[in-house]
Design a protein around this ligand. Structure first.
Ligand SMILES: *Cc1c(COP(=O)(O)O)cnc(C)c1O
Length: 391
């Protein structure tokens, strides 16, 4: 069984490129060039230099001693929260903006829900001196004011999407419309392992630096491979990154989705538990939908997991049984977030807290090596922590 993309852009039954005909030339250009460009030694050198001096890589692999003691196993945290801008997302935006430059593009568009991907995109556009337009639903602009301010400070233009539910999927539609109208000078930076082929593979490759480093860091400790790797899944990019070099090895992969107020509560984002095959964002994958195929509005306390689908790679990892999918409620995640703060002095993003909550749900062996992708820091979630705990 292969867990990588095939010739046609599929992971098992999932993936492909389901896009309006007018987008074919843009996507084709990317498909024809992405492997050659990103494998070029000069590209690799520039990418690695920026990851090192600008992002702060390699990020530490930290042995969480007190957390390990509490759960009677060996827990290592991959500190993506220490990346510039506070999460793993910048690994991908750096890679894509370098690719855009090589393709001769001068203008970048993106869409964002919570604003995290918008900030990571605006950051690299500032660094590269490229025009940046971020589409964002009107409702999200109101909900995520600090991130809107960050994007503006970084010189990006934030364009409101005012159709439909005025949230992420409407922003996506606006971005696609823009790309159709500006096919020559514009690159569309997608923020997770979602979207039409080749985006899921492209983003997974850029994020794979995470497991490349984990492998080297564990080997230095005399550990050949971990027993389990845990990551939260919104679209699935931080998970794809930390799984990547272990996909074909005997390493347990645990993917954590947001159960919101409970899987059957009608307020959740537990895609594998609730989803069916469908097309979202240009790819065939599992997504939450009504009986007549309308995409269901997802819910999670963490804005980054509040997505009605998962990337096609993860749909395949789920269906093939290669990864174990769990879902964690708001409540369990908030408790795990607070525990990490108290036990290790690290305040995690609430997305990440979902991954940490696995230890309350599942026992590991005393000798197991368990690596958790600490995908982001909690600064952006301070208000949510304050409201939840009346701090
Ligand atoms: C955006 C985000 C996520 C979810 O996105 P993936 O593509 O699933 O990784 C997870 N954690 C943090 C900190 C995020 O900002």
């Amino acid at each position: 069984m292969s867990y990588h993309i095939d010739q046609d852009g599929y992971y098992g039954r999932f993936g492909g490129a389901f896009i309006p005909e007018m987008l074919y030339p843009n996507v084709q250009e990317l498909k024809d060039n992405y492997l050659e460009i990103t494998k070029d030694p000069a590209f690799v050198k520039e990418f690695e230099a920026l990851l090192s001096t600008y992002v702060g890589r390699p990020t530490p692999l930290y042995f969480a001693e007190r957390l390990s003691e509490r759960y009677a196993t060996n827990i290592y945290l991959k500190r993506e929260d220490l990346c510039h801008t506070g999460a793993h997302k910048v690994n991908n935006t750096i890679g894509q903006i370098l690719l855009a430059k090589k393709l001769g593009k001068t203008r970048i568009i993106a869409e964002t829900g919570a604003g995290q991907h918008g900030v990571a995109t605006a950051t690299v556009c500032a660094r590269m001196g490229m025009d940046c337009i971020v589409y964002m639903g009107e409702v999200d602009i109101k909900r995520q004011a600090p991130n809107v301010a960050r994007m503006k400070l970084l010189g990006a233009e934030v364009r409101p999407a005012s159709s439909g539910s005025k949230t992420l999927k409407d922003a996506t539609n606006e971005a696609i419309r823009d790309w159709i109208n500006n096919p020559v000078n514009t690159h569309y930076i997608i923020g997770s392992v979602v979207g039409p082929h080749p985006y899921p593979d492209l983003v997974a490759r850029f994020q794979s630096v995470i497991s490349k480093e984990v492998r080297e860091q564990l080997k230095r400790l005399g550990v050949e491979k971990p027993d389990h790797v845990i990551a939260c899944v919104g679209g699935g990019s931080n998970a794809a990154g930390i799984y990547y070099h272990y996909l074909d090895e005997d390493v347990g992969l645990i993917a954590v989705e947001a159960a919101g107020k409970g899987i059957s509560s009608g307020h959740s984002a537990a895609t594998t538990a609730l989803g069916k095959m469908g097309v979202i964002h240009g790819s065939k994958t599992l997504l939450m939908q009504s009986a007549d195929g309308q995409i269901t509005e997802p819910y999670s306390i963490s804005a980054g997991l509040d997505y009605p689908g998962i990337g096609p790679m993860h749909a395949h990892l789920f269906e093939s049984g290669r990864a174990t999918f769990l879902s964690i409620t708001d409540k369990a995640a908030m408790e795990a977030g607070r525990s990490l703060a108290e036990l290790e002095g690290i305040i995690p993003a609430i997305e990440t807290a979902h991954a940490l909550a696995v230890f309350d749900q599942q026992e590991f062996e005393k000798d197991d090596i368990v690596v958790v992708n600490l995908s982001g820091r909690g600064d952006k979630d301070l208000q949510t922590y304050m409201d939840y705990y009346s701090l």
